[in-house]
Design a protein around this ligand. Structure first.
Ligand SMILES: Nc1ncnc2c1ncn2[C@@H]1O[C@H](COP(=O)(O)OP(=O)(O)OP(=O)(O)O)[C@@H](O)[C@H]1O
Ligand SMILES: [Mg+2]
Length: 191
């Protein structure tokens, strides 16, 4: 499990103060959110996991899954006619982490279910979301500008937005640029 102690802030110096403040877990008691944005390999999943570990150490209940996995879970609940119960159950978790918003587009139904998750937690319980896309690209992911706008509005109302920058940490020291075509070959060597 990745922790904040493992994170090399020299690679992302601008976010060090914000991450330090978030590590104390204060955002959870206020139901605030965290959004980690940035290109592949810049540490979004690492930091989301590490903040989850910190939250658990502070006694909060934490769940982690990718956006696609969350949608599958919500779809299953919806089909079984127990979406309200599932959303109520999830609200008992102080922190839900949604990794990889943006890599795979959502179907219309999936986007609507994801909106309900965000809406259900709004001003009650925290979310950490990671995305390779800026908010302006989320309309394309959710297939609907209005749903994306309403969702972003709720997420960002009480949120810290951290933007990670630079080249992929996965490609460090390999003497290669972070070209999109390189990713599939480097992924295989990742530990
Ligand atoms: N600043 C850092 N210090 C230490 N390790 C890092 C740092 N940034 C990234 N890493 C490591 O590099 C690898 C890639 O980071 P991570 O998976 O967090 O990237 P990501 O931003 O989630 O990328 P993607 O968008 O492709 O999912 C992981 O093994 C992670 O632990
Ligand atoms: Mg990731």
């Amino acid at each position: 499990m990745k922790t904040l102690e493992d994170f090399d802030f020299n690679a992302q110096p601008s976010i060090r103060p914000q991450v330090g403040a978030l590590a104390s877990g204060g955002f959870l008691t206020e139901g605030r959110n965290v959004v980690l944005l940035g290109p592949p390999g810049t540490g979004k999943t690492h930091l989301a996991t590490a903040l989850g570990v910190a939250a658990a150490r502070h006694g909060h209940r934490v769940l982690f899954a990718t956006a696609t996995e969350w949608v599958t879970r919500l779809t299953d609940a919806h089909r079984a006619g127990r979406l309200p119960q599932e959303l109520a159950r999830l609200r008992r978790y102080g922190l839900i982490i949604v990794d990889e918003v943006g890599y795979l587009p959502f179907e219309q139904d999936a986007a609507n279910l994801f909106f309900q998750l965000v809406s259900s937690r709004y001003e009650h319980a925290s979310l950490i979301l990671t995305s390779n896309l800026p908010f302006s690209g989320w309309g394309g992911v959710f297939g609907d500008q209005a749903v994306a706008a309403a969702m972003i509005d709720r997420i960002v109302h009480h949120a810290d937005v951290l933007t990670l920058k630079g080249a992929s940490y996965r490609l460090r020291g390999r003497g290669i640029d972070s070209l999109p075509s390189i990713r599939t070959t480097t992924d295989q060597t990742e530990s």
